[in-house]
Design a protein around this ligand. Structure first.
Ligand SMILES: Cc1ncc(COP(=O)(O)O)c(C=O)c1O
Length: 424
């Protein structure tokens, strides 16, 4: 079978229709997903790129910080804002919950809608019954969003945090975790994919190891939802937090927290409000809270943005239209291409992202021993690349993120820039 035909088979290849419904009233609809019978894989991804208002004036390699939204997402937010303000209503904040739950393969009642990853992490770190003498295992490569909630609870409750540094292979990382486990370990709270070096940890094996010993497992999934096909039931963790605004390409101000059903009454709700409760009364006679709703919605409270929820729903639909296996293989392919290019350069360069395929995904981090990382950052910016510097864990490195809007030409141009620098 020719390369083209096998691609068509793989991707279904005709993307049209459903995302357009209702979003093209102002004539800009031609720019929305309308990819029909394009002739080959290159043409397909060029059409995908056209869905993004993302400027062509520079190359965007910083999806790991913030993902640019495509037109269908922007339109979904705008239309919902208009609709609600026309009607004076506020309904719709729930609308992303079901598509999101399906997207990560968990039941509707195990998903709480948050505003970002950090909020979900705080709910778990604060809600678990941890005390002095308990131990939590984390990495030395945490983002502030995972580090601070646990450090804060450590300060308040006096438990201990034990640290490992993600290793080059999944087996080694697993062994390091195993070595840290004691009979006081209560939680393993690590990133699914690290923000520093893009290490993808062996989440299924970590969950199995932990559960064998009665330890709870929390994953900071900021970099996984929308970059890899995510199936939380297969991973088997107890809690998982992520956001809409990175790899899902949804709006900022959206996120989710997965809590396994059996944990609802173990994770105390530190904050509650409208929609969290099963009934309450506050009067001169009675001051009662009868209980919490019997699902993860107990961790949501108050009014949220229906417009952003609609945007997140559109982001999930956009990903589903292309198909997560294809999104993942393309974005990973771009990162692999970059990693291979860098590895083949002549000159001094240290790649920090593991070589082992199962231990990396859509980010590549490297260091230039002969150039300060901030100087390289300036040079990259002058050459119209938006990259991310990695000062975390004193790595002083450079991180490149790749997603569906990037292409081989961008990877090659960036490789040439690095090649020039290390040949100086
Ligand atoms: C690994 C990791 N965890 C947590 C966060 C915080 O995410 P949010 O801004 O959604 O709270 C980030 C943000 O970059 C991150 O990279």
């Amino acid at each position: 079978m020719s390369g083209r035909r096998s691609f068509i088979k793989k991707s279904a290849f005709t993307i049209a229709g459903s995302l357009l419904a209702g979003v093209n009233a102002d004539g800009r609809g031609q720019r929305f997903l309308k990819i029909k019978n394009v002739s080959d894989e290159d043409a397909f991804w060029k059409e995908v790129r056209k869905q993004f208002p993302l400027t062509h004036a520079r190359t965007y390699f910083n999806n790991g910080t913030i993902g640019p939204s495509p037109y269908p997402v922007l339109e979904a937010v705008r239309l919902k804002m208009e609709e609600l303000n026309a009607l004076g209503e506020y309904k719709g904040q729930e609308d992303s919950r079901k598509p999101l739950a399906d997207f990560i393969n968990v039941p509707f009642h195990e998903i709480s809608l948050t505003h970002n990853t950090t909020e979900g992490i705080n709910i778990i770190a604060a809600g678990l019954p941890l005390k002095r003498g308990d131990e939590v295992i984390m990495t030395s490569h945490e983002h502030a969003g995972n580090a601070l909630p646990w450090l804060n609870q450590k300060k308040l409750k006096g438990f201990k945090i034990r640290i490992f540094t993600p290793a080059d292979t999944a087996d080694e990382s697993l062994n390091l975790i195993n070595d840290l486990i004691t009979d006081r370990t209560r939680v393993i709270a690590v990133p699914h994919i690290t923000c520093t070096t893009g290490h993808l940890l062996p989440v299924r094996q970590i969950a199995d190891l932990a559960h064998d010993k009665g330890i709870w497992v929390f994953y900071d999934g900021a970099h996984a939802a929308g970059s890899i096909a995510l199936d939380l039931k297969k991973i088997g963790c107890d809690f998982y937090a992520s956001c809409g605004h990175k790899w899902l390409l949804g709006p900022s101000g959206t996120g989710f927290l997965y809590v396994r059903e059996e944990m609802f009454d173990i994770v105390q709700t530190e904050f509650i409000g409208a929609y969290s409760d099963t009934g309450w009364e506050i009067s001169e006679e009675r001051q009662t809270l009868s209980g919490y709703v019997p699902d993860a919605h107990r961790y949501d409270y108050g009014t949220q943005s229906a417009a952003l929820s609609n945007g997140l729903k559109a982001a999930v639909a956009f990903m589903n239209e292309i198909g997560m296996p294809l999104v993942e293989s393309y974005s990973r392919g771009m990162a692999t291409l970059l990693r291979n290019n860098l590895a083949n350069l002549d000159g001094d360069l240290e790649i920090l992202t593991p070589e082992e395929e199962i231990s990396r995904s859509t980010m590549v981090t490297f260091r230039l021993p002969d150039m300060h990382y901030r100087d390289f950052g300036e040079l990259a910016s002058e050459n119209k690349f938006r990259i991310r510097l990695v000062p975390e864990s004193k790595l002083n490195a450079i991180r490149i993120s790749t997603h569906i809007y990037n292409n081989k030409d961008e990877i090659d141009r960036f490789t040439s820039l690095v090649a020039k620098v290390i040949r100086r």
